[in-house]
Design a protein around this ligand. Structure first.
Ligand SMILES: [Zn+2]
Length: 96
């Protein structure tokens, strides 16, 4: 759905906030984590079902989000230790 009616030429970069370091960055520089029906997963397409949060492609930000329990809170679900470990592993793949 296109609700954005910005005039052409003034390309506005969509910004999202990392739930780890709380910095706002262009959406395309962040990785979406989607939570749906009790499962959290890295969502590189940004189109997965469910609620999503954004994180820098960095294990550090994921760790920060984990410590603050920001992930579960933002996604509105419990994230088990197992799922967290899987996320950390998946994140390594996108880390720059
Ligand atoms: Zn971050």
């Amino acid at each position: 759905m296109k609700a954005n009616t910005a005039p052409k030429g003034t390309k506005k970069v969509p910004m999202r906030r990392c739930v780890g370091c709380m910095e706002s960055k262009p959406k395309k520089e962040l990785i979406r984590i989607a939570g749906y029906e009790g499962v959290v997963a890295v969502d590189p397409t940004g189109k997965a079902k469910g609620r999503g949060v954004y994180l820098c492609p960095s294990g550090q930000c994921l760790e920060k989000a984990k410590k603050k329990r920001a992930l579960g809170r933002s996604l509105g679900m419990e994230i088990s230790q197992e799922q967290m470990e899987k996320l950390l592993k998946d994140m390594e793949f996108y880390e720059k």
